[in-house]
Design a binder for this molecule. Structure first.
Ligand SMILES: Nc1ncnc2c1ncn2[C@@H]1O[C@H](COP(=O)(O)OP(=O)(O)OP(=O)(O)O)[C@@H](O)[C@H]1O
Length: 303
């Protein structure tokens, strides 16, 4: 592995610094997250993967200011996060539970803007733009329950982007939709990211999805969790489902992430993995060294 020459360039927008989380339970304590350190620069799209139970949701809750870390800190634009920051939005997996069924699509998207006391005229424009960006401009008066799962998740994404957050956190947002819809939504995230320049941290179980979407993939170890590897995804910026996924480089990177996940799973309970702050570039022509069978084509859910 080589150190990424871009390391250290640009000021981070979001910094996760030595974050540890210990849950207190009846039987004692669970150290879910041991020591997580990584940065997001403005406008980056970073995917976070890790074995089941490695603390991805715990970490997102801490970043979103919904839960305090036991030690360490999250810093957004130089300010320590101690409560939900107004410049952050979260899209969860369960779109069914995050939308209000008695409100129209438009009212759902508009609600956080009303709460933020954005004037009516500006609000209307932001809602229109967001619905346009996710391809839902023709259903503003429908109710969420009248829409398919994929469309409901589009509404949730529209609501998040209408709010114009600086950072968008997405917690396995496409886990509950079918493969075709998932591919469409992946492309939607890339296009919204390109158009709006929002910084995105995207948690997924799907290795192929992480490589297809991300500019970097941060791989977490098993719990108690550290950053096992922070990988630069050096695929062309313009991506599409057919061409990008057939590139030899895509296959190399996907195999590398798969191998890292296998190592993380094998090292469960082993404390030798070190926290890393440097980014790595996967050498071109890298063979799968050690990690069992690589995943075949299509999605590769490792959980
Ligand atoms: N509220 C809680 N109280 C006690 N332990 C918890 C709590 N929430 C999570 N944990 C434990 O912390 C560890 C990390 O859980 P977390 O849900 O953050 O992982 P995850 O990577 O999001 O999991 P998955 O991939 O299965 O969604 C697990 O061992 C889990 O059992």
């Amino acid at each position: 592995m080589q150190s990424n020459p871009t390391d250290g360039q640009g000021q981070p927008l979001l910094s996760v610094r030595g974050v540890q989380k210990i849950y207190k339970v009846d039987a004692g304590e669970i150290e879910a997250v041991r020591n997580l350190t990584f940065d997001l620069r403005p406008g980056e799209l970073v995917c976070l993967v890790g074995p089941s139970g490695s603390g991805k949701t715990t970490l997102l809750k801490i970043i979103a200011g919904l839960m305090a870390p036991t030690s360490g800190e999250v810093v957004l634009e130089g300010k320590k996060v101690t409560e939900p920051p107004k410049d952050m939005a979260v899209v969860f997996q369960e779109y069914g539970r995050s939308l209000f069924p008695w409100m129209t699509v438009r009212a759902n998207v508009e609600l956080p803007l009303k709460n933020a006391r954005i004037p009516k005229g500006e609000r209307t424009q932001l809602v229109e733009d967001a619905l346009e960006a996710v391809g839902l401009h023709d259903v503003p008066t429908s109710y969420p329950w009248q829409l398919s799962g994929g469309m409901q998740q589009r509404v949730a994404i529209a609501r998040a982007v209408a709010y114009q957050p600086k950072v968008l956190l997405m917690d396995e947002p496409f886990a509950a939709v079918d493969a075709q819809t998932r591919a469409d939504l992946e492309d939607l995230v890339r296009s919204v990211w390109e158009k709006l320049g929002v910084t995105i941290l995207f948690v997924t179980h799907d290795i192929d999805e992480s490589v297809y979407l991300g500019e970097r993939v941060v791989v977490l170890s098993s719990s108690p969790t550290v950053v096992q590897e922070d990988i630069v995804i050096d695929l062309p910026e313009k991506r599409d489902q057919l061409t990008t996924r057939s590139l030899p480089r895509f296959v190399e990177l996907r195999n590398h992430v798969y191998e890292q996940i296998q190592i993380a799973k094998r090292n469960k309970g082993v404390e030798s993995v070190q926290a890393t702050e440097s980014r790595t570039s996967v050498p071109h022509g890298a063979a799968l060294v050690d990690g069992g069978d690589p995943p075949g084509g299509g999605g590769s859910d490792f959980s």
